[in-house]
Design a protein around this ligand. Structure first.
Ligand code: NDP
Length: 307
């Protein structure tokens, strides 16, 4: 049986792995079959992670975290957890390949997943003009017009990045107040390639095989078609709790509930870290810090339950 299994390989999961490995818990990281490294794998420069005065590329940062965890003995499994049985002293983790791993403690660090608009053609045209990742798909839109939906930092960041390729980037936001930080909003507002459309709701995605436009509804009920070939959805994300929602307590916002400043969930031996517990800050450095907390909590739990 494992001392510590960590589910997730973003900054929270890898930092928990570094701390867990250094405490000689030989952690196993269930790192995902397709999304190992988490959201930073699809970003470019990260300029606000301390220790990198010139910035660092997101994938490089994550690969360094993985290497640092492996240096101290953490092991990686590049598969998904498909079932978790967390009650009782022996936790069971079922993987996509059917293997079942047993552990004394588990750190839940599955992060969050992008929100969808919920439009009829959104899924059908996903990958054919509808995207949640400008760094992945932006280069397809050289000299084209694209729309970014949302009014938070993600929308500003996606739009600013897309100006490298697109001629025109519309930021379409459902109100005229922005959650984005003043600095990121100001940078987008100052960009001559970015046009803001506020108080507008996206009501449809047009196009047969690829996106050929979107329909917008204004506050007064009038509608218009916006001619774009790309639709980048940046309307936030929700914690990825589906595997555990019926086992651990959640908060009103849908995050995993933890006790005070600790990572302790409602189940003994089960700890949570990163975006899955965080409705507010959602920063790589905050997730990394909470990963360290989770590994320390798991270590103390194991010490006080050692026979
Ligand atoms: P946010 O929750 O901050 O913003 C989501 C935006 O999408 C809001 O403007 C919201 O509008 C809008 N929205 C939500 N649902 C819908 C919907 N169904 N239809 C249309 N619009 C919708 O999410 P972000 O992903 O932008 O940011 C999350 C966190 O990550 C924040 O803490 C942010 O600071 C951080 N972040 C930091 C970055 C950085 O520092 N470099 C980069 C990216 C993110 P409304 O306001 O009307 O609810």
């Amino acid at each position: 049986m494992r001392d510590l299994v960590i589910i997730g390989s973003g900054p929270a999961g890898y930092t928990a792995a570094i701390y867990g490995a250094r405490a000689e818990l030989k952690p196993l990281v269930i790192a995902s079959s397709v999304a190992m490294g988490g959201d930073l794998m699809t970003t470019t420069e990260v300029d606000n992670f301390p220790g990198f005065p010139q910035g660092v590329m997101g994938p490089e940062l994550m690969m360094n975290m993985q290497a640092q965890a492996e240096r101290f003995g953490a092991e990686m499994v590049f598969d998904d957890a498909t079932k978790l049985e967390l009650a009782g002293p022996v936790k069971k983790i079922t993987l996509g390949n059917g293997d079942v791993i047993e552990a004394k403690t588990v750190v839940l660090a599955m992060g969050s997943e992008y929100r969808k608009l919920g439009l009829a053609d959104e899924a059908r045209l996903s990958g054919f003009g509808v995207s949640w990742c400008a760094t992945c798909d932006g280069a397809f839109y050289r000299n084209r017009a694209v729309a970014v939906i949302g009014g938070g930092d993600s929308a500003m960041e996606e739009a600013t990045f897309l100006t490298r390729f697109a001629d025109t980037v519309y930021i379409v936001h459902r109100s005229d107040t922005f959650r984005a930080s003043p600095a990121m909003l100001a940078r987008a507002q100052a960009d001559p390639k970015i046009q803001f459309i506020t108080n507008a709701k996206v009501t449809g995605v047009l196009g047969g095989e690829t996106v050929a436009g979107i329909t917008l509804e204004n506050a007064d009920g009038s509608t218009r078609v916006l001619d774009v070939e790309g639709l980048f959805i940046a309307i936030g994300s929700d914690p990825r709790t589906s595997l555990v929602a019926d086992q651990v307590d959640l908060t009103a916002e849908g995050n995993i509930a933890v006790e005070g400043r600790s990572s302790q969930t409602s189940l003994p031996g089960v700890f949570a870290a990163g975006d899955i517990i965080d409705p507010t800050y959602r920063q790589a450095i905050v997730a990394a810090g909470s990963g360290a907390v989770a590994a320390l909590d798991a270590q103390h739990f194991l010490e006080s339950n050692a026979h």
